[in-house]
Design a protein around this ligand. Structure first.
Ligand code: KG4
Ligand code: ZN
Length: 342
């Protein structure tokens, strides 16, 4: 039987990505052009630089995705795009390109929520249904727990009240002089450190809600490094002390994520935990969640690293919307803030 081919676009932050997949869904190509080199010297993502780089790179990335998939553009039967959340200028590049392609090819356009896609990456990687499940998204901009009744029905159970988990990793990397991007750098440094060397706060663990807070642990690392008088400008720590700080910080974040996910499983009575977002690439977090889920007699779904960090293949959530004919209008907007879709 003839399959429908989907072309998906992701430009929400600093990865320019395009993917081709079938209605199964099966991934035929998953291309990611990272902009890390462009932003590293600024110590973070600069929105205008990101948008400009998307403009330059998106069409070549789409071309390459089609080539790798062995599919011609005129064989594409549906265009999917992440239109929320993200940097508005960056999102607009992807949304505009997606609309243009949908019009030119005369095929449906589907708008996909990037946060919900991070959970769908688990469904893609598993190759089988994972719903209903508890969903944990741990990315650079978001930390959320969901009750996912189906791929298209997410109920928000809790979210961060301040910094996202990935944001805390990035800021602590900067405090420790580990550079950008912070998450992988902290993980590498933590590997030779003692996670019990410093007792950093596990915020909101005594709170009944499933919300998170990571600004306290970040500030605790800052004060431990510089003292309370930041004006004195101490040099970043080095050697074993730096490794111990990284390991202790990472452990504090992991403890909170694992414990709140355990509570979400118990509260919902669900037996599956699906985890997505860049921080889910962290090996120690993966191991801690695996252990917790085993203790709870539940099942863990985490995609391989390449599907944890930003990509366009996870927009295969579009296949579920396509089945329900949930198409987007051609005046589709880019929406920077995250609003749960239902
Ligand atoms: O999902 P993602 O690629 O982009 C957003 O949607 O935000 O997540 C990026 C975040 C960054 O904050 C990055 O530092 C973090 O994920 N990250 C990690 C690791 N790899 C990426 N955090 C901890 N450990 C890692 N190995
Ligand atoms: Zn993301």
């Amino acid at each position: 039987m003839h399959s429908t081919y989907f072309l998906a676009i992701e430009t929400s932050c600093d990865e320019t990505a395009a993917a081709v997949f079938t209605e199964e869904p099966a991934i035929l190509a998953n291309l990611i052009a990272s902009q890390t080199d462009l932003h590293a010297r600024f110590g973070g993502v600069v929105p205008e630089v990101a948008a400009r780089a998307h403009l330059q790179r998106l069409l070549p990335v789409i071309d390459e995705a089609l080539t790798q998939a062995g599919i011609r553009l005129d064989q594409i039967g549906c265009i999917a795009v992440h239109n929320t959340p993200g940097l508005v200028g960056a999102l607009l590049v992807g949304v505009s390109a997606a609309k243009m392609l949908a019009v030119a090819l005369n095929v449906p356009l589907i708008a996909v929520n990037h946060i919900e896609s991070h959970i769908y990456a688990c469904r893609l990687a598993a190759g089988r249904d994972i719903f209903p499940c508890v969903g944990l998204v741990v990315s650079g901009g978001h930390t959320c727990l969901f009750h996912c009744r189906s791929a298209l029905s997410f109920e928000l159970l809790g979210a961060t009240l301040d910094d996202a988990a990935g944001e805390a990793f990035d800021k602590v990397a900067s405090i420790l002089g580990l550079g950008f991007p912070g998450g992988p750098a902290v993980e590498r440094e933590a590997a030779s450190g003692n996670p019990a060397a410093f007792q950093f706060p596990r915020s909101l663990l005594n709170d009944d809600r499933l919300d998170f807070s990571f600004s306290g642990v970040k500030t605790a690392v800052l004060y431990t490094v510089h003292g309370q008088d930041l004006a004195k400008g101490h040099p970043p720590p080095a050697g074993q002390r730096r490794a111990d700080l990284a390991a202790s910080f990472q452990q504090a974040v992991i403890d909170v994520l694992a414990e709140k996910s355990r509570r979400a499983l118990r509260r919902t009575g669900l037996r599956r935990l699906a985890v997505g977002g860049g921080v889910a690439a962290n090996r120690d977090l993966r191991a801690a969640l695996e252990q917790m889920v085993n203790e709870e007699g539940a099942e863990l779904f985490i995609p391989p690293m390449k599907l944890c960090t930003d990509n366009a293949a996870m927009a295969a959530l579009a296949v579920e919307k396509w089945r329900q004919q949930q198409f987007a209008p051609l005046d589709l907007d880019a929406i920077p803030a995250y609003t749960p879709t239902r």
